[in-house]
Ligand binder design. Structure first.
Ligand code: SF4
Length: 188
């Protein structure tokens, strides 16, 4: 049997159409629903808030046996109505990623190695360096003789993991030290 170009294209179109209908058909929808049911089956659903920015989208976290199984946007929450941006959508993988550091990591000046430290050591180190910088660099008066109490050698970069209230306290703490360069990661 001879097949001309027109018949060949018609056959191809029909094949693609069948494939598309199968791919988008009801059977596949059922399979997806079944797979979703399996993933969160016997899970405890807990509502929480995405920690990454001040929009505060609500999420549903599914927990089973103390493990986070899945997270998704909460469709009943008026702010995000179930949707999440790329950061919020990656919440589960951020939490469960085996590369996520869970302890402070320190790299000494001129070293090429990171070493694990405990929180006491880390907080003492930060406090010592901030005090040294403030003692050395605090500007009490400007060139006109006006009191400014300004510390320009310290920069504070906030985190979207901080709540509004935490951000307010951090802001006040930094300003009480004289820090004037303050920014927030969620704005970047
Ligand atoms: S980072 Fe994205 S998902 Fe999270 S609160 Fe902000 S907008 Fe919502």
């Amino acid at each position: 049997m001879q097949t001309n170009r027109r018949d060949f294209l018609k056959g191809m179109s029909a094949g693609v159409l069948c494939l598309s209908l199968t791919s988008l058909g009801f059977d596949l929808t059922e399979a997806k629903a079944y797979a979703k049911e399996l993933k969160t089956k016997n899970c405890r659903a807990v509502t929480s808030v995405c920690p990454f920015c001040a929009v505060c989208c609500q999420i549903i976290a599914y927990e089973r046996d103390g493990k986070l199984i899945a997270t998704e946007g909460d469709p009943d929450f008026p702010v995000n109505e179930g949707s999440l941006c790329a950061k919020g959508a990656s919440l589960w993988s951020m939490y469960t990623n085996k590369h996520r550091p869970t302890k402070p990591m320190y790299r000494a000046p001129y070293s090429d190695k990171w070493v694990e430290k405990d929180w006491d050591w880390t907080l003492n180190r930060i406090a010592t360096l901030v005090k040294e910088a403030r003692d050395k660099d605090l500007i009490l008066k400007n060139e006109k003789g006006q009191t400014v109490n300004r510390l320009e050698s310290v920069f504070w970069m906030g985190t979207s993991h901080a709540s509004n209230e935490e951000c307010a306290i951090i802001n006040q703490a930094m300003k009480s030290l004289g820090v004037v360069s303050i920014d927030h990661q969620a704005r970047v």
